[in-house]
Design a protein. Structure first.
Length: 113
């Protein structure tokens, strides 16, 4: 997804543009970040210096988990709280078959354990 909608405007990352209260437009050579990202990766491999962006993926995943937890609990969640959380959503038994049914989270109410 390359489009974000906010209370003060919209951002279209594909076009390198923000429309709204603080409008902005990319004026460089290539607003297509995915193309540049792939170019960087290929160049790093050609130079024999492959990129390792595992940390970016981990931070991105934790950010998404924080957003989900904030929505489910109705509370502000800090980075440190999430890193030190004992939250474990992994199924107790991993087996083929129907996925286990989980209760629907309700903001402001504790998560059933």
């Amino acid at each position: 997804m390359n489009f974000v909608v906010g209370s003060k405007g919209n951002a279209d990352m594909r076009m390198g543009e923000i429309v709204g209260q603080n409008s902005w437009k990319f004026t460089g050579d290539n607003p297509r970040t995915k193309v540049y990202e792939h170019w960087e990766l290929i160049e790093s491999i050609r130079k024999g210096e492959p990129m390792n962006q595992a940390d970016i993926g981990a931070y991105s995943s934790l950010t998404a988990i924080m957003g989900r937890e904030a929505a489910y609990t109705g509370k502000d969640i800090t980075w440190d709280e999430m890193l030190n959380s004992d939250l474990d959503l992994f199924p107790k038994n991993v087996e083929f078959g129907p996925a286990p049914k989980r209760p629907v989270p309700i903001p402001g109410q504790p998560r059933p354990r």
